[in-house]
Design a binder for this molecule. Structure first.
Ligand code: NAD
Length: 284
C-alpha cells in the first residue's frame, strides 16, 4: 500500500502534460497521439510512409520530408485524409541547413515538436576495401549525420513537456554485415548515440529509443523470403506499430533501448528455421 507522501510524489512526477497521470488506470487512450506534432524523415515510401500515416491515424499532425517529392505528395494526401495537418518538404537529410530550416518551419506552423522519427537512411552493397573516401563519407552522412542534423533543432523545439525521439537502426547494428560494413557501423553508432542522448535528455523528459528492423519488404529492400522464427512475412505496419508505442505515453518509462522488429532473427543468431520447423546451425 502506498503512503500519501508516495502518492503525492508520484503524481507530481507525472504532472506534465502529455504524460500518464499515474492517478488513473491505464486505458487505451494512452496509445493515442492526439494533437501531438511528429516529424518523420524519409516518409515518401516504405517504413517512413507507414509511420507517418499511422501517426496521423492515431491523431498526430505530421511533418514529412524526403528527396522523393513525388511519392511524398501521396503521404501528405494520406495524412490529410486522416483529418490531420501536414507540413511537407523536399530535402536531403544529409543537408544540415535544410534540416534545421525545416524544423523551424514545423515549429512555426504546428507550434513545436513532440516526436521525431529519424527514418531516412540506406546504403549500397560493396566490399569495404572497394568503398572510397567519398562513398564512405556519403554513408556516414546518410546514416549518422541525418540523425544528428535533426536531433539538435528538434530538441530545441521540444517544449517543457518533453518528447520522444525514435531512430531507425537495423539488425545490422547488432551483427556483422558483409558488403554493408560502413552502413552497419553507422547504425551501431546511432544505437550508441541513442543511449548517450537518453541520459543527456532524460532530465528534460525527452526519451530516445531505436527500432531495429529486419526483413521488412519495402521499395528499398525489395521482396524478402520468410525464414524468420515467426513463420509470417513482416510488414511496414509492424514497424509503424512500434513507432506508435515509442511515440505514445504507453512507453513513457522506456528510454535508451532498442526494439527489434525482425520476426526473431536477432534472437536466432546462427540458427536457421527449416521448412519442417526444426532449427539447424547450418543454412538449410
Ligand atoms: N526494410 C527493412 O527491412 C529494414 C531493415 C533494416 C533497417 N531498415 C532501416 O529502416 C529505414 C527505412 O527503410 P526502408 O526499407 O523503408 O527504406 P526505403 O529505401 O524503402 O525508403 C527510404 C525512404 O527514405 C528516403 N531517403 C533516403 N535517403 C534520403 C536522403 N538522403 N534524404 C531524403 N530522403 C531520403 C527515400 O527517398 C525513401 O523515401 C532506413 O533507415 C533503413 O536503414 C530497414
Amino acid at each position: 500500500m502506498l503512503s500519501f507522501d508516495r502518492v503525492a510524489h508520484l503524481s507530481d512526477a507525472n504532472a506534465g502534460p502529455g504524460l500518464l497521470s499515474g492517478a488513473v488506470p491505464l486505458d487505451p487512450s494512452a496509445a493515442l497521439l492526439t494533437d501531438r506534432v511528429a516529424v518523420v524523415t524519409g516518409s515518401a515510401i516504405g517504413i517512413g510512409e507507414a509511420i507517418a500515416l499511422a501517426f496521423a491515424r492515431f491523431g498526430a499532425h505530421v511533418a514529412i520530408c524526403d528527396r522523393d517529392v513525388e511519392n511524398l505528395d501521396g503521404t501528405a494526401d494520406g495524412i490529410e485524409a486522416a483529418g490531420r495537418r501536414v507540413v511537407a518538404a523536399e530535402l536531403d537529410v544529409r543537408d544540415e541547413d535544410a534540416c534545421r530550416e525545416f524544423v523551424h518551419t514545423v515549429r512555426d506552423e504546428l507550434g513545436g515538436v513532440d516526436v521525431l522519427v529519424n527514418n531516412a537512411g540506406g546504403g549500397f552493397f560493396a566490399d569495404f576495401v572497394d568503398v572510397n573516401a567519398k562513398g564512405q563519407d556519403a554513408l556516414v552522412r546518410e546514416n549518422f549525420g541525418s540523425v544528428t542534423n535533426f536531433v539538435r533543432p528538434v530538441v530545441a523545439a521540444m517544449g517543457e513537456r518533453g518528447g520522444s525521439i525514435v531512430n531507425l537502426t537495423s539488425i545490422e547494428a547488432h551483427r556483422a554485415a558483409p558488403g554493408y560494413a560502413v552502413y552497419s557501423a553507422m547504425k551501431a553508432a546511432v544505437t550508441s548515440l541513442t543511449m548517450s542522448l537518453a541520459l543527456e535528455l532524460g532530465p528534460r523528459l525527452i526519451r530516445v529509443n531505436c527500432i531495429a528492423p529486419d526483413v521488412i519488404p519495402t521499395p528499398g529492400v525489395g521482396p524478402v523470403g520468410v525464414h524468420t522464427p515467426l513463420p509470417v512475412a513482416g510488414h511496414v505496419d509492424d514497424v509503424a506499430a512500434c513507432a506508435v508505442f515509442l511515440a505514445s505515453d504507453l512507453s513513457r518509462f522506456v528510454t535508451g533501448t532498442t526494439i527489434h522488429v525482425d520476426g526473431g532473427n536477432l534472437a536466432a543468431g546462427g540458427w536457421h528455421r527449416r521448412s519442417d520447423g526444426q532449427y539447424v546451425t547450418h543454412a538449410p
